[in-house]
Design a protein around this ligand. Sequence first.
Ligand SMILES: [Fe+2]
Length: 443
Amino acid sequence: MGVLSSAIRIRHDLHTRLTEARKRTDELFAIVREEALYDRPIAERHRIIFYVGHVESFDWNLLAQRAFGLQSFHESFDKLFAFGIDPVGGGLPTDTAADWPSRHEIYQYNQRLREDLDRAIARTLANPSEGHPLLLQMLEVAIEHRLMHAETLAYMLHQLPADRKIPAPKEATWKTTRAKSHLVDIPAGQATLGMRRADNSHFGWDNEMEGWEAFVPGFAIDNYNVMNRDFLQFMQYGGYGNRSLWSDEAWAWKQADKIDHPTFWRREGSLWMYRTMFGDIQLPLDWPVFVSHAEATAYAKWLGRKLPSEEQFHRAAYGTSDDSVEREYPWGNDAPAERYGNFDFAHWDPSPVGSFPRGASAFGVHDLVGNGWEWTRTEFAPFPGFTPMSFYPGYSANFFDGKHYVMKGGSPRTAACMLRRSFRNWFQPNYPYVYATFRCVED
Ligand SMILES: [Fe+2]
């Protein structure tokens, strides 16, 4: 295939991927019952209806004027639906459902917006010599932004009561395991973090640049994620009441919000129940526990261990016994596929730890990618050589505040494209709704 025709193919793939990403968010909003569309499942977040407009207006605000010279056809909606990030330390939103436009008006806006953008994208992509020099990068941003919302919206809809949702087809039934964790020794060696800017064959966000090499001294890491069964023991030993396991900030949060068990758990008489996406089940003991960074840190401290650093995660996930060979994924260099892990929207909920032995790393560590993001003890900060993206300068830089921690890996609702080695996710330590789990290390 000639250079020109392959360039055109790559460009058309981007349009197809945007269309597929739209299907993901459409499918997600389709599980919300009509009468629940203006609900606010999480007090700190916007109402669901905001996101129905936001995932579209973001594309418009990014691309229409800048890439295609299109004029707005609905400026007030472009603005209203522009911002969708959790308030950090601010008060709770106070708007009412009546403050928002009707669903009909929003659907009309979305439809027109997609039609106008699609026409401009198809026209511009057909001719590689035309268009904004950063068009391909901007399309990647639009695709990944939407796919990230497809995931964080799932966290939000998880908190929406089951009777406000339309259940999806029956979930997979997993074989229960009596998996027993153990520590695996990881020998000292190199780990590559991030992505070289010069390697422009793949898209990466600004916080993934510049790529760099870390030397990681030897350490030991859990072969499985900490399970609900393990975390139950921590609770039975009084972990939530043991002041010495919590930082001042974590303790204050825990006291103020009366946190004494993971957010996904619910007590029913003498039983612990687990909130899955579409209803409660008895606590699945062999699933990875989903908890906040603060709870994960307290658990690790209880055992005299730590959360892994970002570098240690990389070493355990991508390193091999041959120090000159690193893998693209824990299982090797094959693209993500269903046999390697619980990710890419195949399931709504976790699977028992160790359900994907073919996805284990060279050192025999399981589920590093998929089945829940993994908390690290590393504060989210720029890599050396960081430069913010010119057309989205706040994407990462707004969060380099010492109040966010890096998460690696991916959850059942993380799109395959964001399972790449260099991808970094981050959250505040006290946000309990994320599909995030952890494992411990001994240095
Ligand atoms: Fe957004």
